[in-house]
Write a new protein. Structure first.
Ligand code: AMP
Ligand code: MG
Length: 411
């Protein structure tokens, strides 16, 4: 199958061939960035007991209701102490530290700043209402409650919540294992001499790094040259060992565009090859391979195109496989800080831009040369700006940006 398709059409077709991986049980410490495969219920209460939120004195609110009062200090409780048989009676107080269990009889805590201790006694300088500075048991999480729904992405605070509940293992969608293989007889490795006509393979290192940055397991499958047999061999092995595979190069209409040929040979009916109405990233191939319907993404060879095509098609699909609910990066309204002109060509243009917060809101300006071989401008960019088919935008006009690095938005 071939023809000019929109980004949305190609993406929809890709996503319809992918599904979440089978859930696995992992230790809590390994769950960061993964997605809960089932709802998680609490078996414990957080906090487990009433405790003080301040350093101060635990007391009976009614003893100080009328304002300053002198109370007899009958004990002291540090965080972790068992309050045991300690009871706060009428006219009494217990010196208490943050996190210590509230002793029986007490119903409030006066913070230390509003007290004056005097051998065996304490002057409470102000009235404190019942419940003041007391954390009630279960006021964060009650036992038996659904804490996190299936599909929740587990961040550092989620890990903390689960630890506070005594959850040592969680059922999650695993991190997809994604192989990366380069094609192209012109490529040589990072080190070694650059013979005439050769260039260094930059797609494999950048795609492997991109995968790791996105929370996937990256597997280096090496280089297959422009030899269909070598590529087929690598892909057959990878279809067993990986959950998905990225290839780069060999998908345009040149003489040596072997990826399309190999995908058709191995993927049969599943192989798709498109001219996508986008720049960069026009040629793109996709298939799934038996025996596990492993998705294979045939990304274009130009270094910018490879990463942009990954963003458009592979990343959303890999996130779907990882069980994520949000597949897309955030799209935000911005303003062009300079003219961004283009000519109508039936394609969506994605401009490498730096976006910063400025007086006009998010302000976008091109980050450098926009050729699909000019990777430096993508390195300098924190977003891609959408220029729909047409003449582009003038400085001051609104446009939409696709944020690649939210940390880079601050001025
Ligand atoms: P192709 O689609 O294979 O014709 O490649 C398009 C362009 O991308 C050519 O200029 C290739 O030399 C270049 N290219 C292909 N693969 C890589 C790679 N792994 N690293 C850097 N450039 C590449
Ligand atoms: Mg090539």
């Amino acid at each position: 199958m071939s023809g000019l398709v929109t980004v949305e059409e190609a993406r929809r077709s890709v996503l319809s061939s992918c599904r979440p991986l089978d859930a696995v049980r992992v230790p809590l410490a390994d769950a960061l960035g993964l997605v809960a495969a089932r709802p998680i219920f609490s078996t414990e209460t957080v906090p487990p007991f009433a405790n003080s939120s301040m350093d101060g004195y635990a007391l009976r609110a009614r003893d100080v209701a009328a304002g300053p009062a002198k109370l007899r200090v009958v004990g002291q409780l540090m965080a972790g102490d068992d309050p045991g048989a300690l009871v706060v009676g009428e006219g009494e107080a217990v010196r208490i530290m943050t996190g210590a269990a509230l002793p029986d009889g007490a119903d409030a805590v006066c913070m230390i700043e509003h007290t004056r201790p005097r051998d065996g006694w304490v002057l409470i300088e102000e009235a404190v209402g019942p419940g003041t500075n007391v954390r009630r048991p279960g006021d964060d999480i009650a036992a038996g409650e659904e804490v996190f729904a299936a599909g929740e992405s587990l961040g550092p605070a989620h890990i903390g919540v689960l630890a506070s509940l005594g959850v040592a293992q969680v059922d999650v969608f695993p991190r997809p294992r994604v192989g990366v293989v380069s094609t192209g007889d012109e490529l040589v490795a990072i080190t070694g001499p650059l013979a005439p006509g050769k260039i260094r393979d930059s797609n494999r290192p950048s795609l492997l790094a991109r995968l790791r940055a996105d929370g996937f397991q990256a597997v280096d499958l090496g280089w297959a040259g422009d030899e269909p047999g070598a590529l087929a061999h690598t892909l057959v092995q990878a279809a067993q060992a990986c959950d998905a595979v990225l290839t780069s190069g060999g998908v345009s209409v040149g003489d040596r565009d072997i990826v399309r040929v190999v995908l058709e040979e191995l993927g049969g009916q599943q192989a798709r090859w498109w001219q996508v109405a986008v720049r960069p990233g026009k040629p793109f191939a996709f298939s799934t391979f038996p025996p596990r319907s492993t998705p294979v993404f045939g990304l274009p060879g130009n270094p910018v195109s490879a990463l942009v095509s990954y963003e458009l098609f592979a990343r959303p699909a890999l996130r779907l496989m990882a069980g994520q609910r949000s597949l897309e990066r955030p799209r935000l309204p911005a303003v062009a800080a300079s003219d961004m002109r283009r000519h109508p060509d039936g394609r969506l243009h994605l401009v490498r831009v730096t976006v910063k917060t400025g007086p006009a809101g998010l302000e976008a300006r091109p980050s450098g040369g926009q050729g699909s071989h000019q990777l430096r401008a993508l390195a300098a960019a924190n977003a891609l700006a959408f220029l729909p088919d047409g003449e582009g935008v003038a400085a001051g006009e609104p446009l939409e940006v696709w944020v690649l690095d939210p940390d880079g938005l601050s001025p």
